[in-house]
Design a protein around this ligand. Structure first.
Ligand code: GDP
Length: 285
């Protein structure tokens, strides 16, 4: 699912994205709607420059709807063209097409004024692993074209696929590295499945998830695990409560903390406990 990123991979990915960028009118950057800040590649802004950019907040079905609306407003204010999607739904092509047309309107109007024949809008999809790039490409192409992004950068043999009537899309996505800035970003990336579980401390992830829900989703947390904690409950007591409620015990009736940790991570990752967005649009980053 994910890649271990080395400096060589990063340099290669950057070079390949820069090459592909020359061929397209617009870049479609896929972010995870649950972590629009943490799932952004830190270098992309530099290489995209002034090229129009559509930002897809994907997996909106797992994110907090109100927060997604706030992110859309923030991204619009930043001058990009955002759209929130569930990459698996049938309306993906239409939504992306509409946004791409809007993002490139000026370029095509200018071409028209110069008497240049209209042609399809050329686009490419980029993003960090696991945000849903392949799902979206396959959905748009109505067939299986993109291998799930396991290679940094873009694979060599790129082809254009017709996407609707107005757009052509490069069939392989640009795979970019995630942020490695600080522990909390790593925790968010792990909690949403963007980085491998074995590169992070699972206890820290579960603690992060539980504290986040204790603060922002207390009722949902209590209900899902059938527990009764409050805003002041110590973290170890939350683990105990979940362990007891789920019957995660070892011999001697001790709580099996490892099982609690795994359960909490998977339940959060699959949005079973609730639709949560971990990056706030209005927070100072
Ligand atoms: P890529 O690495 O960016 O190409 O990501 P994939 O397309 O392989 O998707 C990663 C995982 O997310 C897969 O299990 C997809 O089924 C899932 N996925 C993609 N888009 C969505 C979405 O909008 N909602 C949900 N719930 N899952 C999605």
């Amino acid at each position: 699912m994910s890649i271990n990123w080395f400096p060589g991979h990063m340099a290669k990915a950057r070079r390949q994205i820069e090459e592909s960028l020359k061929k397209v009118d617009v870049v479609i950057e896929i972010l995870d709607a649950r972590i629009p800040y943490a799932s952004k590649n830190p270098m992309l802004d530099h290489v995209i420059g002034d090229k129009p950019r559509v930002v897809v907040l994907n997996k909106k079905d797992m994110a907090n709807g109100k927060e997604t609306d706030r992110w859309i407003a923030r991204l619009k204010a930043e001058g990009v063209y955002p759209v929130a999607l569930n990459g698996k739904e049938p309306n993906v092509l239409k939504k992306i097409e509409n946004t791409v047309v809007e993002a490139t309107r000026e370029i095509f109007e200018r071409m028209e004024r110069k008497g240049i024949n209209p042609r399809a809008i050329r686009a490419m999809i980029v993003g960090i692993p696991n945000v849903g790039k392949s799902t979206i490409i396959n959905n748009i192409a109505k067939r299986k074209v993109a291998k799930t992004g396991n290679t940094p950068g873009v694979t060599k043999a790129q082809q254009w696929i017709k996407a609707g009537t107005k757009m052509e899309l490069l069939d392989t996505p640009g795979v970019l590295w995630p942020k490695f800035e600080d522990a909390s970003i790593g925790q968010k990336l792990s909690l949403t499945g963007a980085i491998k579980d074995n590169v992070v401390n699972l206890d820290d992830i579960a603690i992060y998830a539980l504290k986040f829900m204790q603060t922002h989703h207390l009722e949902g947390l209590n209900k899902f695990y059938n527990i009764n904690i409050d805003a002041n409950t110590e973290i170890v007591e939350i683990f105990d409560a979940i362990g007891r409620s789920r019957g995660f015990k070892m011999s001697g009736n001790e709580i099996d903390y490892e099982r609690v940790t795994e359960r909490v991570i998977y339940d959060t990752r699959d949005a079973k406990i609730g639709k949560l967005t971990f990056d706030f649009a209005q927070e100072e980053e």
